[in-house]
Design a protein around this ligand. Structure first.
Ligand code: NAP
Length: 440
């Protein structure tokens, strides 16, 4: 058997501690399968005294991960600290510069510096593997870098944030508000104390930026993503979606169009019959449309120590076998620059919820505004505020919800039509608009 691979792990939190446990439990089978033992020899975290549920006494301890990356006698540096700068970035650069392979779960770092780090890795003949950075335990990076390398991909989309999916699933199942679901998710540990990054869609955007590069062979461009979170979704939207045959999911979508590549993160109406509609709770899913294989969908846990450690160790296993895949699926110099498709040119169907004053002519005005913007309506549903105990009484000042579903149109047409409707004084508040994704 070849010499053991010496691993240094920086970050011994949720994921780092799980990686140590996994290697200690399944080290034997990894050595048998790869022909090489994978052995932790050094670790780094801030607090040496903290009980992590693992025995670190046999490992060389570094309080400074950058020092570990610069000086430790290791073959692989595993970065599990997090953050797109500071010690995570500095230590990864230091390790790669020494020609030490790097494994990381850090989507923020890759979304911001992925191409530079790929160049640095290539220049130093080092691997940079990051399966755990996108969708936790789901092997989507390997699928794109290796299994689907021969396909031309037209679209990749997915549920990439378990917190958002948990909230939307519970809002639908129990009819409770966004805020109540969020508080519950925080209490149960499914949402951070500061959940902004998740619920505003930024976490999904980081993962999407990496997937876009892998799927389309472009440089990573995380600043060119249209991002909208789930905070405006109401139980009224979820109920209306249900009645119309849809479910609402926060999707990250990257799609090839005639004018470039669209990258967008937003709440999305997906047909109930689609595979993605059936992904509930904290699960993640990624769907890829390839020209030869067709559509594949991968489903699994997107977070959690053990699931994420499974992906981190998969990356270590590849290195132990001697598999060296280009960081972004091809040599960095071959990546195309990212050509952004303007969101205003996005084409699709739309769900619109309006609060319409119950006045004569209001409906006709709305239909006229849509018609003048060239938008055809598939359906209009007026949903009276129902209270069984009170007889229906018309009140011109009491707005009533009206749901419109449009046929395929453009984002710019919808935005212009809604601006005109607002200016006519027939609605009481900013319209709700949710994009419909065309899926099989
Ligand atoms: N948790 C998940 O489910 C999950 C899923 C996918 C990807 N990830 C990614 O995995 C990475 C780690 O996540 P995590 O949840 O394991 O984080 P975590 O529990 O917060 O652990 C972070 C670790 O980094 C150490 N650390 C933080 N700042 C440091 C510094 N300045 N110098 C030295 N050590 C420092 C901490 O040390 P102390 O313990 O001493 O404080 C801790 O051990 C992140 O990039 C995250 O995005 C996590």
């Amino acid at each position: 058997m070849a010499d053991a691979l010496k691993v240094g792990i920086a970050g011994l939190g949720t994921v780092g501690a799980a990686v140590v446990r996994l290697l200690s439990k399944h080290g034997g089978q990894i050595a048998t399968k790869t022909g090489r033992a994978v052995t932790v020899t050094a670790v780094s975290a801030r607090d040496r005294t903290r009980d992590r549920g693992i025995d670190v006494s046999a490992f060389e301890w570094f309080t400074d991960p950058v020092e570990m990356a610069r000086t430790a006698d290791i073959d692989i540096f595993v970065e599990l600290i997090g953050g797109d700068n500071g010690p995570a970035e500095e230590s990864v650069r230091a390790a790669l510069s020494r020609g030490i392979h790097v494994v990381t779960a850090n989507k923020a770092l890759l979304a911001r510096h992925g191409v530079e780090l790929a160049v640095l890795a290539e220049a130093n003949n080092a691997c940079l593997n990051y399966e755990a950075a996108v969708a936790g335990g789901i092997p989507i990076v390997k699928t794109l870098r290796e299994s689907m390398a021969s396909n031309e991909i037209s679209r990749i989309y997915g549920i990439l944030n378990g917190t958002c999916n948990y909230i939307l699933t519970r809002m639908e199942a129990e009819g409770i508000s966004f805020q109540d679901c969020l508080s519950d998710a925080q209490r149960l540990g499914y949402a951070e104390a500061d959940p902004t990054f998740d619920i505003e869609g930024n976490d999904t955007a980081h993962k999407l930026a990496i997937l876009t590069s892998l799927a389309f062979g472009t440089e990573i461009s995380s600043d060119d993503i249209y991002v909208e979170g789930i905070t405006s979704i109401t139980t009224a939207d979820i109920q209306a979606a249900d009645e119309l045959g849809f479910r609402i999911k926060l999707l990250g979508v990257a799609q090839r169009t005639d004018t470039g590549i669209e990258q967008r993160v937003h709440p999305t109406m997906v047909p109930k019959s689609s595979a993605i509609a059936r992904i509930d709770g904290v699960l993640n899913a990624v769907a890829v449309d390839g020209d030869f294989v067709g559509e594949i969908v991968l489903v699994g846990p997107g977070a959690g120590g053990n699931a994420t450690a499974s992906s981190v160790v998969a990356d270590l296993t590849d290195i132990a076998r001697g598999d060296e895949t280009p960081v972004l699926g091809m040599p960095a110099a071959e990546l195309n620059s990212y050509q952004r498709a303007r969101m205003r040119l996005h084409e699709g169907g739309y769900y619109i919820r309006l609060s319409v004053y119950d006045r004569p002519g209001a409906f006709a005005e709305i239909a006229r505004c849509m018609g003048e913007a060239g938008i055809s309506l598939e359906s209009i549903v007026q949903k009276r505020h129902a209270n069984k105990d009170v007889p229906v009484k018309f009140d011109a000042d009491m707005p009533q919800p009206v749901i419109l579903i449009t046929y395929e149109t453009t984002e710019v047409a919808i935005k212009e039509a809604l601006d005109v409707i607002m200016s006519k004084g027939v609605v009481s508040e900013q319209p709700q608009m949710i994009r419909i994704e065309k899926l099989n």
